[in-house]
Ligand binder design. Structure first.
Ligand SMILES: [Zn+2]
Length: 60
């Protein structure tokens, strides 16, 4: 599992780039939140997320 440094999106991939925003991926992140309904989620607004998926809370 890797997290994007730009959008915090978590992906299971061996690629080095985020499939969403082409940002750099890192395995150094902490915390995970899962956004199921971005339109309705307060957390999603805080994190700035608009796509369903898993996101890292903090990316180093
Ligand atoms: Zn990204």
């Amino acid at each position: 599992m890797r997290a994007c440094k730009q959008c915090n999106y978590i992906v299971v991939t061996k690629d080095k780039l985020c499939p969403k925003c082409q940002g750099e991926l890192t395995d150094k992140y902490s915390g995970t939140i899962i956004i199921l309904e971005p339109e309705k989620s307060e957390i999603a607004k805080v994190v700035g997320v608009n796509v369903v998926g898993s996101y890292a809370i903090r990316v180093k």
